[in-house]
Structures are given as C-alpha cells and as structure tokens.
Design a binder for this molecule. Structure first.
Ligand SMILES: Cc1cc2nc3c(=O)[nH]c(=O)nc-3n(C[C@H](O)[C@H](O)[C@H](O)COP(=O)(O)OP(=O)(O)OC[C@H]3O[C@@H](n4cnc5c(N)ncnc54)[C@H](O)[C@@H]3O)c2cc1C
Length: 437
C-alpha cells in the first residue's frame, strides 16, 4: 500500500474531468479528498452561494462514496486543516486545481509553508490562464485577439471519473454545511434559486445540448426567451468542467457561438490571474467622477428606479439569484454610466445575490461595463429604452418581474410614465433618471 495523497477540492466539485484527482490516483491507490469550509469566507458569501455549495458538497460526497471513497469536510484555515490531515494519514503531497484570485495565491503560499509537496493542476477553465500570451505582455487585455488565439489552442483530453476510490481507514468524515437560509452570510436566499450539485448539473447540461444549444446564436439576447444555458453556477462551483462542455458543444449547431462565451470566461480568468486586484481597483484608471448617491443606489438595488427594464433585471436577481446577461449589462450600465455610482457598489450588490458570482467573471464584467476594464470602447452607451425595445419588444420580460406593470399591454410596459396622461402607474415610481429615447 502506497503513501496516501490528499486532493483538496475548491471550485471543482465534480468527480469527472478532474486533473488533480486523476493525478492523485496515479500517484497512490489511497486518496484523501477533502474540502475545507473557511468560516471567514462563508460569513462573506451570498446565502445563495452558501446553499448551492452545501448541495454541491453533498452530491460530490455521494458520488465519491458510490466509488468507495468519501469527501472529508473540515472547518478552519485550509492550510492548517490540510496539514493536520497529512499528519493523520502520513500524506506528503496535496493536489489541487490552480486558482486565479488573491485568496487562491495566499492559500497556495500557506499550503507550501506546511512543508507538503503542493501540486497544482488545470481544471477551472478550458485553456489555463497563462497558456496563451500575446507577443508583448503577460496576458491578453482585449478579447478579440484572445479569442483568435483561444480558438487555435490545443485542449487537453477530457478525463473520466475514477471507477473506484480507496480511503485510508479511521478518518472522521466531518459534517456537511447546513442549508438553512438563516445561516451566516449576506443577501437573502432567492425563492426561485437553482439547486446545486454535479448530478443536477449534468442533467442541465444534457438538456441544454439536446434542446437549447442549436438556437443559441439567434436567441442568447432574447430577454423574455431566457434561452441561455443557465450553467453559470454549475461552472462557478465546478460541478461541470468547462473543458467538457466546450468539447461536447464545439462541433454541434450553435456550438461556436456558445464556446465563445466560455472563452469570455477564460479571458476574465487570465486577466484576473495577471491583475488579481480586479475586484478592488480599476483595471484601467479612467478618471471617472463617481457620485455618492445613496437614494439612487437603494432604488437600483430594490428594482424601483422607475425604468422598467432596469427594475425587471434587478428583481430577477432578487427572485432567482440570477440575471440574464443582457439585463446584467443594462442594469450595470445604468448604475455606472447614468447614475454615475461606482462599479464597486453595484458589484457588491450582485455579489450578495448571484449564485454564479465569482471574482473573475463578476468584477471583470463590471469593470468592462463601467468602462474601467477591458472594453476597447469605454464610453459605450447602453440606452435603457433602446435596449428594452430591441431585446424585450413586447414587454414580456418586464411584466414577468415587475407585477405593478402587469396590466400594461405590449411595449407600453416600458413607458409607464406615459400612462394615465402623465400620472404614471399607481404603485410604480417615476424614473429617477432619464431612461433615454
Ligand atoms: C455586470 C455583469 C456581471 C456579471 N457577473 C457574472 C458572475 O458573477 N459570474 C458569471 O459567471 N458571469 C457573470 N457575468 C457574465 C454573464 O452575464 C453570465 O455568465 C451569464 O449571464 C450566465 O448565464 P448562462 O449560464 O445562461 O450564460 P450562457 O449565455 O449560456 O453562457 C455560457 C457560459 O459562458 C460564460 N459566460 C457567458 N457570458 C460571459 C461573460 N460575459 N463573461 C464571462 N463568462 C461568460 C458563463 O460561464 C456562462 O455560464 C456578468 C456579466 C455582467 C455584464
């Protein structure tokens, strides 16, 4: 029997296409899979993400148990807990997927400081950050040249889930985190949030490939159609492998438009790896003048700005812990470019509610929309009225999420201030800023 090796699970909560798990199994028949719940991180996490994490961990534990192994759960500082487990089992090596955030970098340093051999593996993106670099500089700053390089990159093979696992005897499994909406965390649990876990994620992926993908190119901006994959939270927690999705989708009808979005995800990861302050500092300083307008910010958060397309997006977020990409762009642009409120305020609110919220995609996109990030047109306008007419022409999306406007027919739902000869619609506010024409 060889020396056991530890696999530290992080944002890769699946048994298949898991290079760290496969490498560990290659090194030793006895593998110790562990996830460490860090109380400090959990206290700052959205309740939607906490709940999704709890479900994903439960499902991964069942999956590993079915294969003869287990997922051990520990609470505390990751490096301390991994070090303790190494002493208990005699393990000298820990395998994990490489992360891109400052937290991941600190975790790596502390793991190394335990004296264990630490082996990092790909797994969180299709193409690992740093694999593609432009002729000058350490990362791509603009998406289009990145996409060209990404399309031509060689991908590693998708790995199968292990058939059997063996855990050293006598280890305490540890408790799963509670699902309770009252548990510590920020934001409220969304009534219509998506349930997490590898099993459900695979069903969603199968249904998407069979029924949704072919129309993706034509319908991804159709707000009422909600015709996108809704796989972002599964990707956020790694219940699905981005490489597996990209490999399965690439050659199917609709596949090239779809994998382009996965390339956006990779793009923001390689930006974050190179600029890990993406969630706190401007990627490109633009000398923007921000306004401290608490009332406007509060109205935006509640979905009571009086601009129906903005309010619909903001209420979808509260109801589902999710928002359509087009609505994310409209609401984020309204906050940063119309109300002139700092992107950090908006991102903090998204972060408190999005189940798919993560550092690279969330802050990369916020900075892109605010004009401080990777957009080559930082002054790009998002006129809410025009966006509404184009992407929700019949007002269906607005009526779905803003019940006060349910009685207005067709596109009239976008202009409630014209109803009742200037008196507006009862119970719905007048616009707090010019929604444009
Ligand atoms: C202000 C703002 C904030 C955002 N915050 C997040 C976030 O916290 N987490 C997150 O995963 N995405 C974020 N996005 C990107 C995008 O809106 C979501 O990924 C998408 O809406 C998820 O829905 P879907 O899975 O149905 O996407 P699909 O359209 O089906 O796309 C497939 C996958 O591609 C990836 N993807 C799609 N668009 C983008 C993009 N612009 N950038 C990076 N990856 C993308 C996602 O992983 C997504 O699941 C944000 C966008 C904006 C404008």
């Amino acid at each position: 029997m060889g020396t056991p090796v530890i696999v530290l699970f992080t944002q890769d909560l699946r048994p298949n296409d898991h290079p760290a798990l496969s490498a560990a199994l290659h090194a030793s028949p006895q593998v110790v899979p562990v996830f460490v719940l860090e109380p400090g991180l959990l206290a700052r996490a959205a309740r939607n993400r906490r709940a999704h994490l709890a479900e994903a961990l439960a499902d991964l534990r069942s999956g590993l148990r079915e294969r003869g192994g287990d997922l051990l759960l520990r609470r505390g500082d990751t490096a301390t807990e991994v070090g303790r487990l190494a002493r208990e089992t005699g393990a000298r090596t820990v395998h994990l997927s490489a992360g891109v955030t400052r937290f991941a970098a600190r975790r790596l340093d502390s793991l190394r400081a335990t004296g264990l051999e630490v082996c990092e593996h790909p797994g969180l993106t299709v193409v690992p950050p740093g694999d593609l670099t432009p002729a000058s500089g350490d990362h791509y700053k603009v998406f289009t040249p990145y996409w060209r390089a990404w399309e031509g990159a060689r991908w590693r093979e998708v790995l199968p889930a292990p058939e059997a696992l063996e855990l050293p005897e006598g280890l305490e499994p540890g408790d799963l985190p509670e699902l309770d909406g009252d548990a510590e965390g920020i934001g409220a649990l969304a009534p219509d949030r998506q349930t997490g876990g590898w099993t459900m994620a695979r069903e969603r992926l199968r249904a998407w490939l069979d029924e949704g993908l072919a129309d993706y190119g034509d319908r991804n901006d159709d707000l009422p159609g909600a015709a996108t994959s809704r796989l972002s939270a599964d990707l956020r927690f790694g219940c699905l492998s981005p490489l597996e999705i990209a490999t399965a989708a690439r050659d199917l009808p609709g596949g090239s438009e779809y994998v382009r979005q996965l390339a956006w995800r990779d793009f923001h990861h390689q930006v974050t790896a190179a600029f890990p302050w993406i969630n706190t500092r401007d990627y490109r300083a633009r000398d923007r003048e921000w306004r401290d307008d608490r009332d406007a910010l509060a109205a935006w958060k509640e979905g009571r700005t009086g601009v129906p397309i903005v309010d619909a997006g903001m209420r979808q977020l509260l109801q589902e812990g999710f928002m359509h990409n087009r609505a994310r762009m409209i609401t984020a642009a309204f906050l940063t470019k119309t109300l002139l409120v700092h992107w950090r305020e908006g991102a903090a609110h998204f972060d408190a509610h999005l189940t798919d919220g993560d550092v690279a995609n969330e802050y990369g996109n916020w900075q892109w929309t605010a004009g401080t990030g990777n957009d080559t047109r930082p002054n790009r306008a998002f006129n809410p009225s025009r966006q509404a007419r184009r992407f929700d022409p019949e007002g269906v999306y607005v009526r779905r999420y803003v019940p006060e406007l349910a009685e207005l027919s067709g596109a009239r739902a976008h202009t409630p201030w014209l109803e009742g000869f200037g008196e507006g619609v009862e119970g719905y506010p007048a616009p707090i800023a010019d929604p444009g024409k």
